[in-house]
Ligand binder design. Sequence first.
Ligand code: SF4
Ligand code: SF4
Length: 310
Amino acid sequence: MPPAKSSFRRRIRFSGRWRWLGKLVYALKAIWRRVRISRRVTYLFGPQYSPSRQLIEIDITYACNLHCLNCNRSVTQAPDHLHMPVSMISAFVQDSIGRGIRWQRIRVLGGEPTLHPEFSAIIAELLRYRQWCPSCRIEVVSNGYGDAVKRKLDALPNDIWIENSNKTSAIQPTFRPFNMAPIDDPAFAKADFSNGCAIMQDCGMGLTPLGYYPCAVAGGIDRILGAELGRSRLPADHDQMLDATKSLCQLCGRFQDGHFIPKPLRSPMTEVQMSPTWTELYSQWRLRRLSHAEKDQQLEPVSAERSGKS
Ligand code: SF4
Ligand code: SF4
């Protein structure tokens, strides 16, 4: 793969002999985070983070050819083949140009984005945006797993950046716990969840098949919760989406750290970690799916009759 497509890499490492320093710095950051997200401090200073207006992540599908443990889009825990219609990308491009929004970076991900049946059409729409905003960097974030995915990546134009995590297994020891809901942890009893976390700033606002969210992870949570908190159009600048952060961040394990932790400082995660709220949410999601499928089956003969095909 040519260097122009190579991965975006974090520069902070804190490995080897500097590990102790990293541990100290991040222990202090953790203490500050706990203070900053308390209701009292949030009341005084407002939320610690707000959704980015320069970076955006677009989850174009929840289909994936890997089923990693602790996936933060619930691809393994709640498999679905929900794809974003190309018309949503066209509306995003139209709204962005119409409102003069110059995104610094647009990342396309999922699920595994190359598995979207209209992947090429989506990239073409985003390139249309870049003709209007040439400084925008368009990235595809892929697991790089399997020949079909690799062929799609190779076929991308050279000026699309590729962040390829080259996954080879469902076990991802450097993942952070996603399904450990802070509301299940008494340590967060006094937290104000509207604080969100650094992902809103570092990765950007989220656009998913269900709409716009403070971050793409939040959209993935709402797919399971079914609260329909996404915005159908690009949020206005004054819309901090606080209703979404309040409801969705209380379920998100990423709220606990609140910021990026360098890989050498993370405890390896090799098993599923799930708190009781998430076990219940996935069970409710499965029941909803079952009931929708039953309703669809009951409706089928009626539509056939109406269409004169019975
Ligand atoms: S490759 Fe990514 S989207 Fe797919 S299951 Fe793994 S973490 Fe989830
Ligand atoms: S805590 Fe989770 S849902 Fe909330 S902003 Fe962070 S990553 Fe998004």
